[in-house]
Every structure is written in structure tokens, then in C-alpha cells.
Design a protein. Structure first.
Length: 227
């Protein structure tokens, strides 16, 4: 039924690929392939595996902005699949250990209201389901909240982004939801790494053990060699 509704919608309101506008595609094969990379970025703390699916430029940038800021929820499935593939390549799936929680980086309440949803939660739920299919006890937890002022990543530079996050308060909503758990922290775009560092600090202060930080994309300048 869901597929039928989607087909009827496309007949009435035809769509194009979110990255290149190729007709009748959510993501065309070429744009989907851009999210099949393993891009290391500087970890927020020693010993944390830190990787992105792609580099934030060109069609990748257009896809993420369409999905994140222009309500293209049809991209959920493709981007969730990309995150699962990345996790399969860079994280361990040991059974019988601690509970694993997949935690999305937080959006401000204002951003969530503007988008009408917490856009990373479908990705987090999909990733947790994949871990469960591998025999790992896992769940997605919307554990973090943020209170911050300032413009979003797309409209400000590195210095402003660092200043905004440094002045933010990233809190764990319920410490019991992460205490004693292995945490996979996910985000959409890694720019300076400031958001992930703040998230890791809060999660570890609440008793979580951050095992990996995964993102859909990292900016070209934010590489392993970055300071």
C-alpha cells in the first residue's frame, strides 16, 4: 500500500533525484554512490572510530540539504542504508556485550519545529535495527538536547560554528538511557567537530562509552590531518 501511494504521488507530482534532479529517482545510482565512501575525520577523543559516508560538496551537499532542510523524507531510506553500510565497515558487532545505543546529534528545538521532525531519528532507528539483526542488543535513543543561539552550519563559517557550539549547552535528557552502554553517535554533517566533541563530553559524563562517531558527510577541510 505504501508503495502504491508513493507511485500515485509521483504520477501527480513527479520528483527528481535529490542530488542531480534525474527524473523518477529519489537518489539516482550515481548520487547514491557518493554515499558509499569511508571518509575518516579527526576523532573527538582518542580511541573513537570516526568516519563519514561522503564528502560534503556538490551533489552530496544538495542531497543532505534537500533531506534535512527541505522536508525530503523520501531520502530517509537511502541515507539510512548508507549509514548501515558504513557501520558494517568501521564498527564491531560483538554479541553478548553491553547494550548499544545509537544516539543522534541534537538539533535545537527551533530547528526541529521548522523541519517538523528530528531528521536523524529514522537513521538512528535503522542503524539500531541493523545492529539487532547482527545479534547485538541495540536501540535508538534521542538522548541529547541542545540550547544554542546562532545560525546553522550552512550560513556561517568555521569560527562562528565553533563559537556557537562552544556557547551551547548539550545535555543528556536521561542519564539512565546511556549509562553503562556502548554509544554510536551519529550526525549529518561534520564541519569542525565541535558538536561531536560536545556530545561525547556529555555522553561520557552521563556514563556512556562512545565507541564510534559516524556521519553522512564531512566537509573537505575536516580531514584526519586537521588540527
Amino acid at each position: 500500500m505504501r508503495g502504491l501511494v508513493a507511485d500515485m504521488t509521483n504520477l501527480i507530482l513527479p520528483r527528481g533525484c535529490a542530488g542531480c534532479d534525474a527524473p523518477d529517482e529519489v537518489l539516482c545510482p550515481s548520487c547514491a554512490a557518493l554515499f558509499a565512501c569511508v571518509v575518516p575525520f579527526t576523532p573527538p577523543a582518542d580511541g573513537i572510530a570516526s568516519y563519514a559516508c561522503s564528502v560534503y560538496k556538490g551533489a552530496t551537499r544538495r542531497v543532505i540539504l534537500a533531506w534535512k532542510d527541505h522536508a525530503d523524507a523520501e531520502c530517509d531510506r537511502a541515507l539510512s542504508g548508507a549509514m548501515r553500510v558504513l557501520a558494517s565497515q568501521v564498527t564491531r558487532t560483538v554479541t553478548g556485550g553491553a547494550m548499544m545505543v545509537v544516539v543522534p546529534a541534537p538539533s535545537s528545538a527551533r530547528s526541529a519545529r521548522r523541519r517538523g521532525r528530528r531528521h536523524l531519528m529514522p537513521v538512528a532507528r535503522s542503524l539500531a535495527a541493523w545492529y539487532r539483526s547482527m545479534g547485538v542488543r541495540a536501540r535508538a535513543v534521542d538522548a541529547l538536547s541542545v540550547h544554542a543561539a546562532g545560525k546553522a552550519v550552512e550560513t556561517m563559517g568555521r569560527a562562528g560554528r565553533v563559537a556557537r557550539v562552544t556557547g551551547s549547552h548539550i545535555n543528556v535528557r536521561d542519564a539512565a538511557s546511556v549509562r553503562g552502554c556502548d554509544v554510536i553517535l551519529i550526525d549529518d554533517i561534520v564541519t569542525t567537530g565541535a558538536t561531536m566533541r560536545a556530545c561525547v563530553t556529555s555522553l561520557e559524563a552521563a556514563g556512556g562509552r562512545v565507541a564510534a562517531c559516524l556521519a553522512l558527510a564531512s566537509t573537505p577541510k575536516y580531514a584526519v590531518s586537521a588540527a
